[in-house]
Ligand binder design. Structure first.
Ligand code: KG4
Ligand code: ZN
Length: 344
């Protein structure tokens, strides 16, 4: 049993500015997230400097919101995303967290943003996931399998060789004339479409690896659109794309589960793309017979500070303040790259 703790967490790795107060890694006392999404709708994607400037504007208000009903005295530690992420954005959160840690004399814990996505599962209404847990993080920046053998013992099993799944959703949506972010738009359009209408490739899907590839899919959609001479039926293309991404993720999850010696007890689907109900329902249907399936809910699947606090609670390793630095390569350094592991 981990001790009682209330952690104030800060997340600014991409275009969100989020602060959260979380008790014992599982109970969200308060969360406030500001996004530069509206600005990025105009540019059709993230412009790093625009995002970082907005974060300078938003960081104090989101923290103030968390402190409405508590005083610094009630906070046991500060947690902050140090990487991976956009450097200008990371700097905003990291420096703010360091100042709070120094001013309030609280321990500070550096957090790996990608693994923190998996810890979103500790914030759901379900019982906490049993370990070992296989995490599939599907976000705009990352798509990969990580195995949480124990808290603090996380292994990278394979990731995308090119685009992340969310990036593929965003780029495909753009080809179909939909606004950013494309994931929710594709999901909405798919409801009216026939998922069997357009035949798309399954790059790397049947190769014996947990690695994935999504960029060829986007090219195949582009070629399909060009072949239609302006008569593309958007809903069918969106539905076929969504089904193909789901198929790739599902085939790769089967492969990864089969190739881990010693079986995980939980499967956790996390990251912005986990907000997709079609993908979530598929995973629950296909994998629930053999293990407990967790899908992080919408508020927790997209970038947020609550998952940062949860990670920090279960991986409570404060570091000296001058060791806390924004580091876009933090994830690669912390989880390593071994592909086949033994759980015993
Ligand atoms: O985890 P996240 O908020 O940010 C990163 O860490 O990257 O993920 C953002 C991604 C975007 O690519 C967005 O299009 C995708 O998540 N996304 C979705 C859905 N909602 C968000 N993709 C598919 N279906 C959705 N409903
Ligand atoms: Zn993320």
């Amino acid at each position: 049993m981990s001790p009682n703790r209330t952690i104030l967490a800060i997340e600014t790795s991409c275009d969100e500015t989020s602060a959260a107060l979380v008790k014992n890694g599982t109970d969200i006392l308060h969360i406030e997230t500001a996004s530069s999404m509206r600005k990025h709708r105009k540019t059709g994607g993230i412009v790093p400097e625009v995002g970082a400037r907005q974060q300078v504007h938003d960081i104090i208000p989101v923290i103030q919101s968390c402190l409405q009903d508590v005083s610094p005295h009630d906070i046991d530690a500060i947690a902050v995303t140090v990487g991976p992420g956009l450097i200008g954005s990371l700097v905003v959160g990291v420096e703010t967290a360091k100042i709070l840690s120094w001013a309030w004399q609280k321990p500070i814990i550096p957090v790996d943003h990608v693994v923190a996505h998996v810890y979103g599962a500790w914030l759901t209404d379900k019982a906490v996931p049993e370990l070992p847990a296989l995490g599939l993080v599907i976000s705009g920046g990352h798509t990969e399998f990580v195995l949480i053998k124990n808290h603090g013992d996380v292994v990278f099993l394979g990731g995308t060789r090119d685009d992340a799944a969310g990036e593929a959703f965003d780029k495909t949506a753009r080809l179909l004339g939909m606004p950013y972010p494309g994931g929710p738009e594709i999901e909405k359009a798919s409801k009216e479409g026939n998922a069997e209408a357009v035949s798309l490739p399954l790059p790397l899907a049947y190769e014996k690896t947990s690695e994935m590839s999504f960029s060829g899919l986007k090219t195949a959609v582009r070629n399909h659109i060009l072949s239609q001479n302006g008569n593309t039926y958007t809903a069918d293309t969106a539905a076929s794309f969504q089904k193909t991404v789901t198929e790739i993720l599902s085939i790769k999850t089967h492969y990864t589960l089969e190739n881990i010696s010693g079986k995980p007890k939980s499967l956790i689907l996390a990251g912005g793309v986990a907000a997709n109900r079609y993908i979530a329902d598929h995973f629950k249907k296909v994998f629930s017979d053999t293990l407990e399936v967790y899908v992080t809910p919408l508020m927790i699947s997209v970038d947020n500070a609550a998952m940062i606090a949860s990670y920090a609670h279960f991986n409570f390793h404060p570091e000296p303040i001058d060791h806390i630095l924004p580091d876009p390569n933090y994830h690669a350094r912390t989880v390593g790259t071994s592909k086949k592991i033994n759980l015993t």
